[in-house]
Design a protein around this ligand. Structure first.
Ligand code: XUL
Ligand code: CO
Length: 433
């Protein structure tokens, strides 16, 4: 153990009135909400990369965090894992997520990478057993090393495609061995900087083939988890192919993968795409591809991916409302793909960022559950479409333009506008947040 968080006690639920910073005020894992424990609804995960691997740099300056586990040796990697599980023990969140490159130093040759990942998988497995934290998802970092500068699956160089495929296989094996509940693909460098050097059709086919191979391999090894694709519109490339939910769904349909793959939807990415988070969630739910969420929010002014901890309860409420309406998570969960601001350099900052985020989500979940239980929003929505329940309206959907036109004339149809009641519904939501 590193003892990095040595002075910080395990965080317990103390209720909304507590003045103790190091306590949950709203997240009570055992509180039953809509017939399910809150922990089993929210399924919180800590992201290894931002919390333990990110050094606090920005385009104008180097690292601001001085973590004792920073360094390129396997000893550093083990110290990082020790610190990670120390934090997991303090927070008591049920899950974590990782990339291969977060947990072990990257080598220039593939055999060394494989051996290191293998060693760290065992090491992490030991910690998981001791602390009881489970793996929500694993993934491959196919974007940091310079070999990926022109993409992974979509790279013009087939050797990079091969390296990427082999790395994904290794990461799926590690995820499977650790009992991971999902495997995520975020297309880090799958996109373009300029159309002048880019063959869109070819790159899409390469990406489609890679994803099909991932699905085949999942079945081959009997991985029981879900394969998830994470949409993002831009950054690091000018245009990312997995732009948003609608685009990824079209891609899945194009390659016949829509029944095999679901989506990991990130709030910040939704904002970058010009959508609201609840839009992306509702659309994914309507397409039956809602898998899991990355709950980190984005700054609304910056225009780049700021990966901040969530703290906006009304936003969380609308997000969990969509998750609950869709029936809740199955293998998915709530991953804090969030990083501290670079001035937040203390160990306490890392703990309390998660505590605050978990509380904001818990409040959102409770408000969303109350809105669902109240039922007025859902009945207003049903009511709005109720005229479609008539046999005549349904029959029209099987009809054709000629017959419909004849009926409009025969009945002298004059549609009467009906209020959408938006402000009344917004007032209703504000009862709960
Ligand atoms: C990048 C991002 C990734 C994925 C996993 O914006 O969200 O961290 O969540 O690769
Ligand atoms: Co993410």
């Amino acid at each position: 153990m590193t003892g990095y968080f040595a002075d910080i006690p395990p965080i317990a639920y103390e209720g909304p009135e507590t003045q103790n910073e190091f306590a949950y005020r709203h997240y009570d894992p055992n509180e039953v909400v809509l017939g399910k424990r809150m922990e089993d609804h929210l399924r919180f995960a800590v992201a290894w990369w931002h919390s333990f691997a990110w050094p606090g740099g920005d385009p104008f300056g180097g690292p601001t965090f001085a973590r004792p586990w920073f360094g390129d040796s396997m000893d550093h990697a083990r110290a990082k894992a020790d610190a990670a599980f120390e934090l997991f023990g303090i927070l008591g969140q049920p899950f974590f997520c990782f990339h291969d490159a977060d947990v072990c130093p990257e080598a220039e040759d593939f055999a060394t990478n494989l051996a290191r990942l293998d060693e760290m998988t065992d090491y992490i497995g030991g910690h998981m057993e001791r602390v009881g934290t489970k793996l929500l998802w694993g993934t491959a970092n196919l974007f940091s090393h310079r070999r990926f500068m022109a993409g992974a699956a979509t790279n013009p160089d087939p050797d990079v495609f091969a390296w990427s495929a082999a790395t994904i296989k290794a990461c799926m094996d590690a995820t499977h061995r650790l009992g991971g509940q999902n495997y995520v693909l975020w297309g880090g460098r799958e996109g373009y900087e300029t159309l002048l050097n880019t063959d869109l059709g070819r790159e899409a086919d390469q990406a489609g083939r890679m994803l099909a191979m991932v699905v085949d391999y999942k079945h081959k090894i009997g991985f029981p988890g879900t394969i998830l694709v994470e949409p993002k519109p831009q950054e690091p490339t000018k245009h990312q192919y997995d732009f948003d939910v609608a685009t990824v769904y079209g891609f899945l349909r194009r390659y016949g993968l829509e029944d095999e793959v679901k989506l990991n939807i990130e709030q910040g990415h939704a904002i970058l795409a010009g959508h609201s988070f609840e839009h992306e969630l509702a659309l994914a739910a309507s397409l039956d591809v809602l898998g899991s969420i990355d709950i980190n929010r984005n700054d609304y002014q910056s225009g780049w991916d700021t990966d901040q901890f969530p703290n906006n309860v009304p936003e969380m409420t609308l997000a969990y409302y969509e998750v609950l309406r869709a029936g809740g998570f199955t293998t998915g969960g709530t991953n804090f793909d969030a990083k501290l601001r670079r001035q937040s350099i203390d160990p306490e900052d890392l703990i309390l960022a998660h505590v605050g985020g978990m509380d904001a989500c818990a409040r959102g979940l409770k408000a969303a559950a109350a809105m669902l239980e109240d039922g007025r929003l859902e009945s207003a929505r049903r009511e709005r479409y109720s005229r479609w329940d008539s046999p005549e309206a349904q029959a029209m959907l099987q009809s054709d333009l000629d017959s419909i036109s004849a009926r409009v004339l025969a009945e002298d149809l004059r549609p009467e506008p009906v209020s959408g009641r938006q402000e009344r519904l917004e007032n209703l939501v504000n009862h709960y947040v």
